[in-house]
Design a protein. Structure first.
Length: 526
């Protein structure tokens, strides 16, 4: 009979179950970094588990945990590594933990995980909570411990949320402050936090006033901030203008129906904040009251020494205009006539002079190169947008978990700052793509026409035309290098840079030689 049984087991691939696995793994953990560093809980857990293993004849083959991991979720690095090891090692018979709440506090999910382990012949044993899980009563008792741990978590969360709500109502901000502010005591209690206005905050204070007075458009404000060392794009600037934190008001998802006066310093008045966020506050007719027909480079020209914008003045005795640094940097004063001549020389580098061959070749090469650039941009933009959406969702999750007490302030600060920096970098990448026109042929035709009359636009255009041309060619402005008597550009419009490169490549081809497209294309870069 035994022989027949073995034959049938062999025939159908049946393996006789054995409950004699005597190899064990130990999992220990605490909830926070402070607990891991300041108490002996981990050592105590390990000691009790090892004593249980020796007493019951188990051989401990591996240790997991030994660090801080919150058991409110089972998506823990060490926990998942331990589960994976147990499932892949057929010799493991038991997982030893100090108590069931050290294993998990996720309630039903913890029960599901232990059921799956049991199907593989792996038992979960809490050495300080004797439960026989081989019968229905013991299994129910084990599940009860898991549910009790989750209930305890929920009670703590409610208590934490209530405490945070009360602090928020008193005007204490509980998260990382927005750009322009810094918390000097972020590792202290919220009531002891010291949130101050940074150097960037002072720049934003000025930017709010520009917006209130409609002195500059958003694009110009961005350029001015960039020139002063604050890297920001229009989208991020609009988010800042709409954030009530800057006028001293706290509005939070935790208390969605409440408007709270914050304890921190405001950088714009509540009246001005409301003014710039109402529809009628939008700049409809742009004015240039601070501009001068005789000083058209203002608002685009900055000081090479300090990076601040240059202003201008008139000397009556000489009857001449001059540009000078707003911060009065030594030696940064230059005659408007000389500077305009230098700028005109720079424009001539982008001026397009075409013969019949050029008129045919340049638009053709432009179209091919811009298609290449646009395809590359499209792929990068698509990937950046996808990643931006993902990171914003992750940031929302982190903020929600912190608001409900599921993670402590240390973890929140670490990951929220990381995500916010990534968001800022991606938003910067998505600003001003190289090519946005869907009608490429029309775009090239119009751009070539402009490139053929740059000097005329500058010489005969009004103040608005000149300012528009400056921003079109050099979106981030430019500086004057007085020592070398030249204008330094920060970024050139890719379209006109491409025109100059192609024009230069064509001019170097000897007259009468066959035109090799690859020769031109290889010289042109975006």
């Amino acid at each position: 009979m035994n022989t027949l049984k073995k034959d049938f087991e062999k025939l159908f691939g049946i393996k006789t179950k054995t409950n004699n696995r005597k190899k064990a793994i130990i999992y220990t953990r605490v909830s926070t970094k402070e607990q891991a560093e300041n108490n002996t809980s981990l050592a105590t857990q390990k000691k009790y588990c090892e004593e249980y293993a020796v007493k019951n004849g188990f051989e401990v083959v591996e240790y997991f945990g030994g660090t801080y991991e919150s058991a409110k979720t089972d998506e823990r690095k060490e926990f998942q590594r331990m589960i994976k090891y147990a499932r892949q090692n057929s010799t493991i018979g038991v997982i030893l933990v100090y108590s069931y709440d050290r294993f998990s506090r996720s309630g039903n999910n913890a029960s599901y995980i232990t059921d799956e382990l049991n199907k593989q012949g792996i038992a979960l044993t809490a050495v300080t909570q004797k439960v026989d899980t081989s019968n229905a009563g013991g299994k129910m008792q084990q599940d009860f411990f898991f549910l009790l741990s989750r209930f305890d978590n929920e009670m703590r969360r409610d208590k934490t949320k209530t405490g945070m709500s009360e602090l928020l109502r008193k005007g204490y901000w509980l998260w990382t402050p927005p750009r322009g502010y810094q918390n000097l005591k972020k590792h202290h209690r919220a009531v002891d936090w010291e949130i101050i206005v940074t150097e960037e905050g002072e720049l934003l204070r000025e930017a709010f006033q520009w917006r209130v007075k409609n002195t500059f458009s958003s694009a110009e404000i961005v350029r001015k901030l960039n020139l002063q060392g604050m890297k920001i794009n229009e989208r991020r600037l609009h988010e800042i203008f709409k954030n009530p934190f800057y006028c001293g008001i706290l509005i939070s998802k935790m208390l969605p129906d409440e408007v709270i006066l914050g304890q921190h310093e405001a950088i714009v008045s509540q009246e001005d904040f409301i003014k710039i966020n109402t529809p009628e506050s939008k700049v409809i007719n742009k004015t240039y009251e601070t501009m001068s027909e005789d000083l058209p480079l203002k608002k685009s020209l900055c000081c090479k020494a300090c990076g601040h914008l240059m202003t201008g003045y008139f000397v009556k005795d000489k009857g001449l205009y001059y540009y000078k640094c707003q911060k009065k940097c030594p030696g940064m004063t230059v005659s408007a006539i000389k500077l305009h001549q230098t700028f005109e020389s720079l424009l001539n580098e982008y001026q397009l002079e075409m013969n019949e061959i050029d008129a045919q070749m340049i638009p053709e090469v432009m179209q091919i190169k811009l298609v290449e650039i646009s395809k590359s941009d499209a792929n990068e933009i698509s990937a950046a947008k996808s990643k931006l959406t993902q990171i914003r969702k992750e940031l929302d999750t982190i903020e929600e978990r912190f608001a409900t007490g599921k993670i402590d302030n240390l973890l929140y600060t670490k990951f929220s700052e990381k995500h916010k920096n990534e968001i800022s970098e991606l938003e910067e990448k998505l600003t001003n793509p190289n090519l946005t026109s869907s009608n490429l042929e029309k775009c090239i035709k119009h751009g070539v026409k402009i490139a053929q009359k740059l000097s005329k636009i500058w010489a005969y255009g009004d103040l608005f035309d000149k300012h528009k041309l400056q921003h079109l060619l050099f979106p981030d402005g430019f500086a004057y290098d007085k020592q070398n008597k030249r204008v330094l550009t920060f970024r050139t419009n890719v379209f006109f840079e491409l025109i100059r490169s192609i024009s230069t490549a064509l001019s170097e081809i000897k007259s009468g030689d066959p035109i090799n497209y690859n020769q031109i294309s290889a010289r042109v870069t975006s």
